[in-house]
Design a protein around this ligand. Structure first.
Ligand code: FES
Length: 104
C-alpha cells in the first residue's frame, strides 16, 4: 500500500479541510488540532466535495456544504441525513511536518 505525501502540516488550518487529488483518489484531509483525517472527497449523497464543508472539532465530523449531511472523520460513517452511506477513509501518517496518506 503506497504512502504518498500530500502536504505539510501547516497547509491545512486547524478546523478546516482541503481537497487533494492523489493518484486518482479525490481526498479531503481535515485537521482537528494536531490530528489529520482523510476521507473520500465525494459526499455519498450527491457526489459533492466534502472538503468544501465545515469541520466540527467537537464532534469530529464534517458537514457537507450542499445538503448538510455530517460524516464522522474517523470512520467515514454518515451521522445525519440525507446521506446514508459511508465514504472511504484513508490512513494518515504524519512524519515531522509531512502529511501522508496510505492509498489502498
Ligand atoms: S450532496 Fe452532500 S448532503 Fe447532499
Amino acid at each position: 500500500m503506497p504512502e504518498v505525501t500530500v502536504c505539510t502540516t501547516s497547509t491545512i488550518a486547524d478546523g478546516t479541510a482541503q481537497r487533494f487529488d492523489v493518484e486518482g483518489h479525490r481526498i479531503a484531509i481535515a485537521r482537528v488540532g494536531e490530528t489529520y483525517y482523510a476521507l473520500g472527497d465525494r459526499c455519498s449523497h450527491e457526489d459533492f466535495s466534502l472538503s468544501l464543508g465545515e469541520v466540527d472539532p467537537e464532534t469530529c465530523e464534517i458537514e457537507c456544504a450542499r445538503h448538510g449531511a455530517a460524516f464522522d472523520l474517523r470512520t467515514g460513517e454518515p451521522m445525519s441525513f440525507p446521506a446514508t452511506q459511508a465514504v472511504a477513509t484513508y490512513e494518515v501518517i504524519v512524519h515531522g511536518d509531512a502529511v501522508s496518506v496510505v492509498l489502498p
